[in-house]
Ligand binder design. Structure first.
Ligand code: AMP
Ligand code: MG
Length: 322
């Protein structure tokens, strides 16, 4: 536990990521309940172990529908809806490709064209069947796998915020490996850093000031590997099975719910700047900061956050979103 100007910071490693909880009171019992809550949801949602509710669905692919708990069903329903949006780059059934690429895990390698072609038909979200009344999930083809890696942290960050609220906490911040959710505000707001892509020393492009908001980033520098001089990152294009290729290094979403931020960060990363800006014009509660490979930082209108550019290698552009 670290204390700095009345803010207490508690850290742990969960979900394979460093977790940081900030509170304005020193309350070890509350902190351990929060960490237990995170672990409970990790145990339900993980696909990096043999057993979890999501793995039970995957193990039964092509054979049987599996009943899951209410929160897991609700999350899968939400992920399926995002996957079925026309031209969506978000796909909850991307599992077979994620498992084969192993990006971010040891043994990552570029699959052959034949391997990708064989896996793609098993990743169609239309082949996921939900039964609302029985709360069951059925992957209708053998070899299908759900992967909730793009939204699990957002979902869990919201559960932590709700739990803190229920315990009477009015100010707090949870950082789940870069996926930030905030409750209330210290004087001046919560300051959240925007990482400089591929920086080896954790430098920041800038900082955002937010209150009662989530800040979620999808970035190509978060998990990647290099082979034959090429860089392969962890956000895969469901249309062709390869890492999404566009002008962006990262997209950061500022929203009330971290689940929305997590879905939109992956979706908007897939859209790129132009289409992403157009999509956000219809989403008043969702704002974005794009960081391009050309070192431009493109901010949306900024009603929910204040952004300060810190790195002079980058150029701030604010007018692209009406
Ligand atoms: P995020 O960092 O939130 O954008 O999520 C990236 C993670 O989501 C990856 O590590 C995979 O587990 C998973 N993933 C990769 N590509 C996709 C995709 N197109 N749609 C949904 N999840 C994906
Ligand atoms: Mg995401």
């Amino acid at each position: 536990m670290l204390s700095e100007r009345g803010v207490y910071g508690y850290s742990a490693v969960l979900m394979g990521s460093p977790i940081l909880l900030k509170l304005f009171e020193h309350n070890e019992a509350l902190v351990s309940r929060v960490f237990r809550l995170i672990k409970k949801y990790e145990d339900l949602l993980t696909v990096n172990r043999a057993q979890s509710e999501v793995m039970a669905i995957n193990h039964a692919a092509g054979r049987a529908a599996v009943a899951v708990s209410a929160p897991v069903f609700a999350l899968i329903k939400c992920a399926l809806a995002a996957s079925l949006v026309k031209d969506s780059c978000f796909n909850l059934a991307i599992g077979p490709l994620v498992k084969r690429w192993r990006i971010g895990f040891c043994g990552a390698s570029v699959p052959s064209v034949e391997e990708i072609a064989a896996l793609l038909p098993r990743t169609r979200p239309e082949l996921v069947q939900l039964d609302q009344s029985a709360e069951t999930v059925f992957l209708t083809q053998p070899g299908m796998e759900i992967d909730l890696g793009a939204i699990a942290k957002g979902f869990i960050a919201d559960r932590v915020r709700d739990y803190l609220k229920s315990q009477g906490v009015t100010q707090g911040l949870i950082n789940l490996g870069g996926n930030v959710q905030t409750l209330g505000s210290p004087p001046g707001g919560w300051s959240v850093g925007l990482k400089k892509p591929f920086s080896t020393v954790d430098s920041l492009v800038g900082t955002l000031l937010v209150e009662n908001k989530s800040v979620v980033t999808s970035g190509v520098y978060e998990r990647y590997f290099e082979q034959d001089g090429r860089c392969y990152h962890h956000i895969l294009d469901p249309r062709n099975g390869y890492p999404l290729d566009n002008e962006l290094d990262s997209v950061t979403i500022i929203s009330t719910d971290s689940l929305d931020g997590d879905i939109w960060s992956t979706l908007i990363y897939g859209m790129g700047v132009e289409k992403g800006c157009a999509a956000l014009r219809h989403q008043p509660g969702i704002e974005a900061i794009f960081v391009t490979k050309q070192r431009e930082v493109i901010c949306s209108s900024g009603h929910q956050f204040r952004f300060t550019l810190l790195d002079s290698d980058y150029r701030l552009v604010t007018d692209n979103i009406a």
